[in-house]
Design a binder for this molecule. Structure first.
Ligand code: G3P
Length: 287
């Protein structure tokens, strides 16, 4: 499984790269905003163009940069600008296009799909983003997206919000548990309850991890070449579950990559090993 770092913070990108396990970077306008705020706080003077150029230079793997437009023509134009400005630096730019740019009922739904199709015909690699359902992922693949980004954490948030659950952004959510509770309730009541309605309206998906499982199944069934990036990851358990499924890539926030390597018993073990080094053993290294 490839690991991308889900950040636009150059310091984080460089540090993660120094660990030797980073294969790419994903950014979006919210992550860029966060990075810009940090830069301003630090009083660093670098133009946005120089900064993005530095990100592209820092990693030898795909760097996703997102368009800001809503209409397919605008997105294609912006994608071309991003590609021309930054791809020559390290030949690694991928353009992130939202699968659908509609923000209200009644608005055009297929602008993202159209833009992905046009860019794929032009040979510009795309990453279909904001993907929340298997059917959106199916459309992304049909349009020729190079990558698809299902948003695990946001799917979990959506389901929890609709169930009226209280949760923190980084909390673990287990859709399998929800499914079994719901099945029990259904057996008892012999009818659909509110929870069933919530899951059915999301194409029967109970959590973000299950969304990835479904996309893997669909892509394998038709041999689609689009690579799956598990995105909006909130904890190491999600990483473990999508890795078990054989997902192509997980794009992971800096803090979750750190969580992946940490364990209380590893630290405790290190304390003990360090304490137990005897002089005879230490001497070997002093020669
Ligand atoms: O990769 C997409 C990601 O940046 C969104 O993450 O935590 O804001 O849902 P999050």
């Amino acid at each position: 499984m490839q690991i991308f770092v889900d950040t636009a913070d150059l310091e984080e990108i460089k540090e993660a790269k120094s660990w030797g396990i980073v294969d790419g970077v994903t950014t979006n306008p919210s992550l860029i905003k966060k990075a810009v705020e940090k830069l301003k706080d630090k009083g660093m003077e670098m133009s946005m163009e120089e900064y993005i150029g530095e990100i592209c230079r820092a990693v030898d793997g795909p760097v996703s940069l997102e368009v800001k437009g809503i209409k397919s023509d605008d997105m294609v134009r912006e994608a071309t600008i991003l590609y021309e400005k930054f791809n020559h630096i390290n030949n690694n730019v991928v353009i992130k296009i939202p699968i659908s740019t509609a923000m209200n009922e009644g608005e055009e739904l297929f602008e993202g799909v159209k833009a992905i199709k046009e860019l794929s015909e032009k040979g510009i690699p795309t990453n279909a983003t904001l993907v929340m359902t298997p059917c959106q992922a199916l459309l992304a693949a049909k349009a020729g997206a190079s990558y698809v980004s299902p948003f695990l954490g946001r799917v979990d948030d959506y389901i929890r919000e609709r169930l009226g659950m209280k949760f923190d952004k980084w909390d673990i959510f287990d859709g399998k548990l929800l499914r079994s509770i719901e099945e029990k309730r259904r057996e008892q009541k012999n009818s659909y309850d509110e929870a069933s309605w919530i899951s059915l309206s999301d194409e029967g998906i109970y959590d973000g991890v299950e969304l990835v499982e479904s996309i893997i199944k669909i892509y394998r069934a038709y041999n689609y070449k689009t690579k799956i990036i598990a995105a909006s990851i909130r904890n190491a358990m999600q990483v473990r579950k999508v890795a078990e499924m054989g997902v192509d890539i997980a794009t992971i926030p800096f803090k979750v990559i750190k969580e992946m390597v940490s364990h209380y018993k590893t630290m405790e073990g290190m304390c003990k090993f360090t304490e137990d080094v005897v002089d005879e053993y230490r001497a070997i290294f002093e020669q």
